[in-house]
Design a protein around this ligand. Structure first.
Ligand SMILES: [Zn+2]
Length: 285
């Protein structure tokens, strides 16, 4: 299983240059999805105008590019169209948008399969990411009526790219409100993980107590009981007791597999099924 740090590292370079509130929301998104068993990778963050123009050239002829003033961009008419936005017309160009995909368990491969259920919770991982993203205040490109953009997430605060191109920015109040949503979710997650930590600590001490009980069944005590039982009416080891007898011999508890009583074999079997014969054996090493 990948650690949260490993998952985060995959997106580190793509987060650079994003608007601060988008960066905060993106980090929170990666963490929250990880907590749900879904690993997210950010495949696109800030895009320069030139990079955007390069994407816009895919699936378009030089005439089409020239028509929008991009005669200097190399056309790629044989490719598939990937965007309707040229440089300055995408929210990616201003750091208000990201694209995500699913990071597969090998920590390298990426999936755009929107139906994949890697954490086997009967929910598509993609939908889980979208759900978390929306909680954090993102708008999802998959909700758009025309040109559904499934990997796309953005926060634009009601601003159009036309406004962004001339340098308009969200108000301080809008940004503060966005942070408040993110912070509240993060605080809740923190409280939850505190509760989990306490539960884990309680479990740990329980396991310690159990281990103490098991180790209390020292070899000498078990040997003592075993030899007492051996003295009773001896019979040939029955078929059902064979695994336990074998284990007891291996554990060095008895020398001869034959000649114990019915009770002897029964208790030996109980001890074996409880895993105690192996425990004693391993403890001796
Ligand atoms: Zn996008």
């Amino acid at each position: 299983m990948l650690t949260l740090d490993q998952v985060k590292l995959k997106s580190k370079a793509r987060i650079v240059g994003l608007q601060q509130v988008i960066e905060a929301a993106t980090v929170a998104l990666i963490e929250r999805c990880y907590a749900r068993g879904v690993n997210v990778v950010i495949t696109q963050g800030l895009r320069t105008y030139a990079e955007q123009d390069g994407l816009y050239a895919k699936g378009r002829t030089s005439q089409q590019l020239a028509a929008v003033g991009l005669s200097y961009v190399a056309a790629q008419p044989n490719e598939q169209v990937v965007t309707k936005a040229r440089g300055g017309y995408s929210n990616h160009n201003f750091g208000w948008a990201i694209d995500f995909a699913l990071l597969l368990p090998d920590g390298r491969s990426v999936s755009w399969d929107t139906l994949r259920d890697g954490d086997k919770d009967s929910l598509p991982d993609w939908s889980e990411v979208v759900e978390e993203a929306k909680k954090l205040g993102f708008e999802w490109g998959g909700d758009w009526r025309t040109f559904k953009d499934m990997p796309h997430l953005q926060m634009v605060f009601g601003l159009s790219t036309t406004q962004l191109r001339i340098g308009r920015e969200p108000s301080k109040a809008q940004i503060a409100a966005a942070y408040a949503v993110i912070d509240k979710l993060q605080e809740e997650a923190e409280e939850l993980s505190q509760a989990e930590k306490q539960e884990l600590a309680a479990l740990r001490s329980e396991v310690k107590e159990l281990a103490a009980v098991v180790s209390g069944l020292s070899k000498s005590k078990v040997t003592e009981r075993v030899s007492k039982l051996e003295d009773r009416a001896s019979i040939k080891a029955p078929e059902w007791a064979q695994p336990a007898v074998k284990a007891a011999v291996n554990a060095g508890l008895i020398d001869t597999p034959e000649g114990g009583s019915q009770d002897f074999y029964r208790i030996l079997t109980v001890l074996d099924r409880a895993g105690l014969l192996t425990t004693i054996h391993e403890g001796d090493k």
